[in-house]
Ligand binder design. Structure first.
Ligand code: GAP
Length: 440
């Protein structure tokens, strides 16, 4: 029986509490009272976040011959951000409440101060979202640097390097996963909008005449990626932006939206950026960022189709979609029904007791499984309690080593979702788990 909270904001609270209590996500600098809108990923969170990024990299880079990877610098000179348009246009309209002096994003508050209810505000000012810093010990204009607000620009500034070194020709993509920084005025909703976050972006360079076709292709691919990793279809939808809502670079943008506890909101954006970026950087740098098609004896500036996802935001969506409460043997349990590829631990090895013979067989089991799966090892508390603890963090398989294991060289494999148990010879365990996870 499913008894998952029906009140959505209750669900958000439960997921935030679970994330803290079990070591997924901690408020940053907590012992100093916290630092607003920054989070640290704990022992389980770091596993899961890496799994989200690995799943993306596997599908977007490893499994394709038309996409290559990149890891560009986070710090960049003002020239890059002037050419990209970020210095000029990457701004939010900022207003101050005249009564309580709180500062808000004008487009997010419907004319009413969320703090005190006042409708009196200062004139809106454009507030640039980039973090400005200084590179080197000497202050002054020449030392100004910015933390990147998106990973995308590294793919454009390296376009010639990548073409020259890989001999790729359009259509081809450059992919990158890494941190981005935005001085968001209203960071909110846990890790949904933070000032420091991770992105997973791919710039797909295409002949201009093929741009529309590839735009549609990538919308489809990206929606299916979330479905394939277990987000139910009724929690995902596509939202195509109206022409007047497009970013300064975009000829078309479609968001993959997720049903968050507060309503439908962006999970990922897929944009047709046209030739905006390569043209801007060509003009500003003097480097020709073009492609010469030898067969057609034609030089052109490729268009860019960009699927741009947030790794930290996606992790939050996967957690929300996976959270369930059900009743097993008359007891309510919390279970994260995470796809095995995303779960922090795929396997937990649980000796029934601390007897050295059992621990020794358990170590054998670990040695077999650890090269292939992320394994937890737990010898504390009753076996029922340990199953619940693993269910709560989404571990798909628990392996119990009991006294019979010493005689029959078999262990019990328990499935998280069905709670069904099966006796499996230790010698067949790896093959059994590979089959259960669809790898054989
Ligand atoms: N290069 C295009 C670009 O950066 P974006 O829609 O601003 O587009 C892409 O960002 C994705 O990055 C978003 O869909 C979201 O998942 C994630 N993202 C953006 N700002 C974020 C923030 N402040 N906190 C967490 N994730 C964010």
């Amino acid at each position: 029986m499913d008894s998952t909270p029906s009140n959505d904001l209750e669900l958000l609270d439960k997921v935030i509490n679970l994330a803290k209590r079990r070591g997924f996500i901690f408020p940053s600098s907590e012992i100093y009272g916290g630092f607003r809108s920054t989070y640290d990923y704990g022992p389980l969170g770091v596993n899961m976040l890496r799994n989200v990024k690995s799943a993306w990299w596997r599908d977007m880079v490893q499994m394709r011959v038309d996409v290559v990877g990149l890891d560009a610098a986070i710090l960049g000179p003002p020239a890059v951000w002037a050419a990209s348009g970020h210095l000029e246009t990457f701004t939010d309209p900022l207003v101050d409440c005249r009564k309580c002096k709180e500062r808000w994003r004008e487009d997010k508050i419907d004319g009413v101060c969320p703090n005190c209810g006042s409708t009196e505000f200062t004139e809106a000012r454009a507030f640039n979202l980039m973090f400005k810093t200084q590179a080197g010990p000497v202050e002054g204009e020449g030392a100004t640097a910015y933390l990147r607000p998106e990973t995308a620009q590294g793919m454009f500034t390296n376009f010639n390097n990548v073409v020259a070194t890989t001999r790729k020709k359009p259509p081809f993509g450059i992919a990158q996963v890494g941190k981005s920084f935005r001085n968001e005025i209203t960071p909110q909703n846990f890790v949904f909008r933070t000032r420091e976050f991770e992105q997973m972006e791919m710039e797909y360079f295409v002949p201009p005449a093929e741009a529309e076709q590839w735009y549609r292709y990538w919308i489809d691919q990206r929606l299916n990626w979330y479905l394939g990793l277990g987000i139910p279809a009724d929690k995902l939808r596509l939202h195509e932006h109206a022409p007047e809502d497009l970013s300064h670079y975009s000829r078309g943008t479609t968001d993959v939206e997720f049903a968050y506890p507060w309503g439908w909101d962006e999970l990922e954006g897929i944009a047709n950026r046209g030739d905006y970026d390569l043209t801007q950087h060509s003009n500003a740098s003097g480097a020709k960022l073009e492609y010469f098609d030898q067969a057609a004896n034609e030089r052109y500036t490729p268009y860019v189709i960009e699927p741009a996802a947030g790794a930290t935001r996606a992790m939050m969506a996967f957690l929300l979609a996976a959270y369930h409460e059900d009743v097993v043997e008359g007891e309510t349990r919390t279970v994260l029904r995470l796809d095995w590829r995303l779960a922090p631990y795929q396997v937990a090895v649980l000796p029934l007791s601390r007897k050295p013979e059992l621990e020794s067989v358990s170590q054998e089991v670990l040695a077999i499984l650890q090269p292939h799966f992320a394994c937890d090892y737990d010898v504390t508390q009753s076996i029922g309690r340990r199953y619940r603890r693993q269910d709560e963090v989404g571990t798909p398989f628990c392996i119990t080593v009991d006294f019979d294991s010493l005689e029959d060289r078999c262990v019990t494999v328990r499935d998280r979702d069905s709670t069904e148990q099966a006796r499996v010879p230790i010698a067949d365990l790896l093959a059994d788990l590979r089959q259960r996870t669809g790898q054989d």
